[in-house]
Every structure is written in C-alpha cells, then in structure tokens.
Design a protein around this ligand. Structure first.
Ligand code: NAD
Length: 500
C-alpha cells in the first residue's frame, strides 16, 4: 500500500504517527469523498496493538513534556498555530474533500479558528497561576499538575476544529496525547501530525492512530496508562466509552449530541429570527449545536413560516467547493440513510413537509422543514444530524420553555426576543450548556462549553480545560505565621518550577 495519497493537490500521509514516526498497519480502510464518491485514499486501519504502541509512546514522552517549562510548551503550540496558518489553504481544501463541508467556511472560519485554538491555550496556560491561601499558620498551595497521556476522540463534522480544540489544551496542560480521528474524515489529523513535527514538538507528545472506533476504541479508552479521555461524538458512543473508562476510573469529558430549540417570541425581530433558523442548515445540519426544533409563538407563526419556507427553498445545494453553494452533501451513505429514515417515519406518522422531505441525488439531502409534529414524535425527540428542522408553535412563555426543556438533551438553546427581561427570564429557565439570545454560534474560548443532561459530562474551554486535563493539587505547608487567617492571597510563588 502507498504511504501517501494526494488530495486536492496536497500529499497526505496515510499512516499513523506514533512516537514521532510514521507506521503502517497491515490493513487499510477506504476514505471516500462525499462530494462525488471519489476514493481519497487507503488509510492505515489501526489495531489494538497500534493503540498500545501509541499509548506507550505518549507515556514515555510524558515526563519530559510535563517538565518542559510552560513558556516553551507555549512556544511550540504557537509554532503549530503558525504551521496551520501557513498551510491554511491546503487544510481547507483537504477537509472539504474529506467531509464535504463548505470550502469557504473552512478557509474563512474553521481553519483560522484551528490556529486560534493553539494560540489561545498557549496563552491561557501561561496565565494559569498557582494560588496560595494562608490559614492559621499554614499555606495551601494549589497547582495544576499535568495528569498523563490523554485520549482524544473526535467526530467527522468538524474534524480539525475538534482535534485542535482537544489537542491544544491537553498539550498546553503538559499532557501527552493519543488522537483518534473519525474514520470518515481521517486526513487533516495526519496533516496536523506533520505540522506538529515540523514545529519541533518532541516525539511521542502527539500521536495519531487512524481507524474505526468500534475496532480500536476500547483498547484506548480502557488503557490503564490513559489518564484522561476527551470525547466528542454521539450519545451511544459516549455511553460506551464511559463504561469502558470505568475499568480504571479514568476521568472523562463527553461532548455529545443535541436536539436544541430555537424559541421565537412574538416580540422578536422576525427577519433576525428567520436568519437564525436558516443558519441551522449550515454544514448540511451536521452541527451538534444546531437548533433543529423551531418553537414559534402562534401569533407570528404564519408569517415566520412563510418567510422561512421561501428562504429555505432558495438555498443553493451543490458542490461545497463552489463559493455560491449554501448546503453541501452529508458525510456518508450511512448518514444519508439515517436522515432519510427519520424523515420517512416522521411523514408516515403525520408530519407535513413544508420544504424538502426526501433525498436528492448522491449524498445531497435537500434542506427539509417539517411541521404537524407531535411533541412525543421521534423526529422531535431524536437527533437527526442532517438538514432537517421541525416547526412547532406555542401560546405563551411557559409553554415555550416547557417544550424547549422537554428533551433528554441540553447542549444549547437560542432565544429570539425583543424584550430583554423576557430574554433573562427564559434563559434562566432553559436547560442548556449555552444559551444564545438573538444570535447563534458565537463562541469565545474563555467561556465554558459543554452539555447538560445527556448532551455531555463536564465543560471545556478557558480554565475548565485545565481543570479537566490536570490533576489539581493542594499542598499544605506549616509556616511560622500563626496569625489570623487570610483568604485568597493569590500569588505565584517565586522559585516554583514553571510547569504544572
Ligand atoms: P460517533 O460517536 O459515531 O463517533 C465519534 C468518534 O468516536 C469517532 O472517531 C469514532 O470512530 C469513535 N468511536 C466509535 N466507537 C467508539 C468506541 N467504541 N470507542 C471509542 N471511540 C469510538 O459520532 P459521529 O457520528 O462521528 O459524530 C456525530 C455525533 O457527534 C453527533 O451526535 C453530534 O451531535 C456529536 N457532536 C457533538 C459535539 C459537541 O461538542 N457536543 C460536536 C460535534 C459532534
């Protein structure tokens, strides 16, 4: 099997990256572009033995990396960010070929954010201070110590974005990592390994193993030398990983699915509300945060529906490399069949398609808007992860909140209202990791990110990422000072090692 493939003119290594070396497995899996079915490459199909080797490499590299001064770690992460910037066009083109998301989004939004993720966590690690509390003749010294090798497992809908969002904080914290990208979008993780090596990252600090999670996931998540698991993906896989991690009580962070609501109140700017609804078709609806349940005040529902229907029907679906395309293909035939199954069952159960409602050609599933759906219908309760929205109405604020919160998920919620008091009232009552008021998908890495209920466990972003990846330690030392307790004297003690 060749060690490389060429995608969008870019050479991509098809092997794993373990201990700073490229290694191949005997078997491969075929990576196919959702754009037109082109075979992109034969990728090394990892085995549990490859996972064992990668974890061993991460374990070997850990003491040296953990002892590396934070400033040096930050310098290397910035060098990775520079490498991402330098290869931005290549990364964007390869990612689009691999997962079918819009090229213009990758170029203008996603890849710059990838670089930003590395820079942000580099800076944040430097700002992460030690704390000291003086109490009755003792000092309590709080430190964020690197925990060990982290397992990082990512989905296909925003591959390099998710990978950088996990790799950057893990490495900034002083952990080493084994990254397992999705088998439906393996390519940019391999390019990231090249970029990290070119930046001078020591061997073994970042390892990449390719292959289906169903075949190699357990070897990684139940490995006794893995000290953290950060997973983004579906609820069933998250549940499986939690059980696997239980073997060694490995701490885990789960960023899972959603069925988020968009609440449109009668006092909302209706143009804005329609814009927010149309945005939910981005990335062909394959966005965990997507507000796929439209809940609209019955007094404005007719007008909202008229405007949204016109806008959704006018979206241009086609080749994601074309700048004028709004909606590209879904990622994989299995995903298409899954989406189609949800829609067919919804229609059979009495739903009415206002837009779309059935598959197009190839993997291009047209934007779909369904109404006449019952609150207990499958289409309202389960995550479709495709360009399918449902529309329901409510009569008052209480009913809006009740419908919004009547779900086992709790990832995000969006509220469109012209009344700031209502915005505050409703936001407080919504069960969601993120609530957006009159906006959508605005992210800041300083803020916590994660899901409530079955949308996940834990929060990442800002300090929360370091809390997760580190063993937070309190060292209590007796002092001569036996005076009155003082609290929150926060200082970085001189002479402490710069890591941790
Ligand atoms: P998935 O759960 O099928 O796969 C995600 C990753 O887990 C892949 O790398 C896969 O190979 C791996 N995996 C599969 N079985 C495994 C196992 N037994 N052990 C370890 N790893 C295993 O999810 P997907 O279809 O790739 O992604 C779509 C899902 O991800 C949706 O539910 C979406 O909502 C969710 N998602 C959530 C967020 C978030 O931040 N909350 C972001 C993006 C996507």
């Amino acid at each position: 099997m060749p060690d490389r493939t060429t995608v969008a003119g870019v050479a991509v290594d098809t092997r794993h990256f373990i201990g700073g070396e490229r290694t191949a497995s005997a078997g491969t899996f075929t990576d196919v572009s959702p754009i037109d079915g082109t075979v992109l490459g034969e990728i090394s199909r990892g085995t549990p033995e490859d996972i064992t080797a990668a974890v061993a490499a991460a374990k070997d590299a850990f003491p040296g990396w953990a002892a590396t001064p934070r400033a040096e770690r930050a310098r290397l992460l910035r060098a990775i960010a520079d490498g991402v910037d330098k290869r931005l066009e290549e990364l964007a083109a390869v990612e689009t070929a691999d997962n079918g998301a819009l090229l213009r989004s990758h170029r203008r939004g996603v890849m710059p954010r990838v670089a930003h993720n590395f820079r942000f966590f580099a800076e944040r690690s430097l700002a992460l201070d030690h704390e000291e509390f003086a109490t009755r003749g003792h000092t309590h010294h709080v430190s964020w110590d690197p925990a060990g090798p982290s397992a990082l497992i990512t989905p296909w809908n925003a591959p390099l974005m998710m990978e950088s969002w996990k790799v950057a904080p893990a490495l900034a914290a002083g952990n080493t990592a084994v990254l397992k990208p999705s088998e439906w979008s393996p390519l940019t993780a391999s390019l990231l390994a090249d970029i990290a090596a070119e930046a001078g990252l020591p061997a073994g600090v970042l390892n990449v193993v390719q292959g289906p999670g169903s075949e190699i996931g357990d070897a990684l998540t139940s490995h006794p030398d893995i000290r953290r698991i950060s997973f983004t993906g579906s609820v069933p896989t998250g549940r499986h990983i939690a059980a696997s991690a239980a073997a060694h009580l490995t701490p885990l962070s789960l960023e899972l699915g959603g069925k988020s609501p968009l609440l449109v109140f009668a006092d909302a700017d209706l143009d804005l509300a329609v814009d927010l609804a149309v945005e939910q078709y981005d990335n062909a609806g394959q966005v965990c945060l997507a507000a796929t349940r439209l809940l609209v005040d019955e007094r404005v529902a007719a007008e909202f529906t008229r405007r949204l229907t016109a806008r959704a029907a006018a979206l241009r679906q086609g080749d994601p490399r074309d700048d004028t395309t709004d909606v590209g293909p879904v990622v994989h035939p299995r995903q298409l069949a899954r989406i189609d199954g949800f829609v067919r069952r919804a229609l059979a159960a009495g739903a009415r398609a206002l837009v779309g409602g059935g598959p197009g050609t190839g993997l291009y599933y047209p934007p779909t808007l369904l109404t006449d759906v019952a609150q207990d219908a499958e289409i309202v309760r389960e995550e479709v992860f495709g360009p399918v929205l449902t529309l329901q109405t409510f009569t008052d604020e209480d009913e809006a909140v009740r419908l919004a919160d009547d779900t086992r998920f709790g990832l995000a919620a969006t509220v469109a209202t012209g009344d700031p008091e209502r915005a505050a009232r409703v936001s407080a009552r919504l069960v969601a990791g993120t609530v957006w008021v009159n906006c959508f998908y605005v992210r800041d890495l300083r803020a916590p990110f994660g899901g409530s209920r079955q949308s996940g466990i834990g929060r990442e972003g800002g300090t929360w990422s370091f809390d997760f990846h580190c063993d937070v330690k309190n060292t209590v030392t007796v002092t001569k000072n036996t005076g009155t307790a003082t609290r929150n004297t926060v200082t970085a003690p001189k002479g402490r090692p710069a890591h941790g």
